[in-house]
Design a protein around this ligand. Sequence first.
Ligand code: ZN
Length: 418
Amino acid sequence: MLMAYCYRVYPTNVQQRTLRRQFGSVRFVYNYFLALQQKRFEDKKKHLSFFDMCRELVELKRTDDYSWLYQTNSQSLYEGLKNLDASYQNFFQKRAGHPRFKSRRNGHQSMAYTQGSFLDGNHLHIPKLGRVKIRLSRSFRGKIKTVTLKKTPTHKYFVSILVDDGKPMPKPIKEITHVSGVDLGLKDFATVASETETTKHENPRFYTQLLPKLRREQRSLSRKVKSSHRYRQQRKKVARLHEKVAHARQDYLHKLSTKLVRENQAVIVENLNVRGLVKNRRLAKHILDVAWGEFVRQLVYKCQRTGKHLVKVDRFYPSSKTCSECSVKNEELTLHDRVWMCPSCGVELDRDQNAAQNLRAEGIYQLTEMRYIFDNRREDVRLGARSFLALLRSTQQSSMKRAGSASMPSSEMAQISN
Ligand SMILES: [Zn+2]
């Protein structure tokens, strides 16, 4: 199983200078081939594959003008080309825009090493750089696959070490007793429905909180003369603020995702179309600030490496509009209704709590359909076997409409209602 670990490293001044050159070489190769591909496109020539580019690179290094590329670890240059190729593949498959040229000024610099790195006490050995001091904040066991060295806009250095521990990925857990449904929102970051309660996790809005300060420092930056000493100092100050936001957010997301995965065998989320939502200009800033995408990414990998289940419920599933008590759909519900009364059974429902409950029920249904055993007797007491069954039937019907002919075996139906 592959695991990534991130550590801070402290290259010496000499090493930092070497790194600046090496980052530059990786960036040069990336930009050189991006320009080449563009030229070939204009000349109506065939797009170069990754291997074509590698071959070209070998030729390039042999010429006198570019022999300085030998000073950089060749694997890192290939990794740079691999990134370019991946960007092009994303572009061809319409997942992203056209690859762009990398700039020296664009804060984050990185390069990858696929061979020859090893730990040596408090030092990490990196090819063509030497021993770099590392702060091993946590230990790991296994074989180092890739080391990615990064420099942040605040001039800090980090390595991300990809480790293979030689163990197989754990098999998905068969018997599920604890399931949480998670509704992601703007006002509350997450509303979590478990078997006994629903909990709201407030949206900390790290970016919005620091926005006045950021604006002030940004204004001060724009008044300074470009590339002057004060300009560079101020730019670092702005970068530090951004870094502060990013760290606080990551910390918050990791704590919540770890807690959720630790306490459940299955976590149910809505399959959000973040990119579609961000197109809404008024909401974009807030949505990027809450970082749902990153949160779901963490849940996915944390579930994967513990054999737990992450169910993404189709985003067209009416989780908000359906009453979690009697499963009647309220078509008149609008986005502004935070609390509503079910027209059928008269129960008062909190919008997010209700949605989380419904996601949970839909997730349990999908898990039983995949033949996982959901076994929790307390569940029936709380929901009432009848209403739970009714909900199952209605989600079954809606999913039958979606999937065509999905049906639930009666034995599993009995398992849930017993
Ligand atoms: Zn109802």
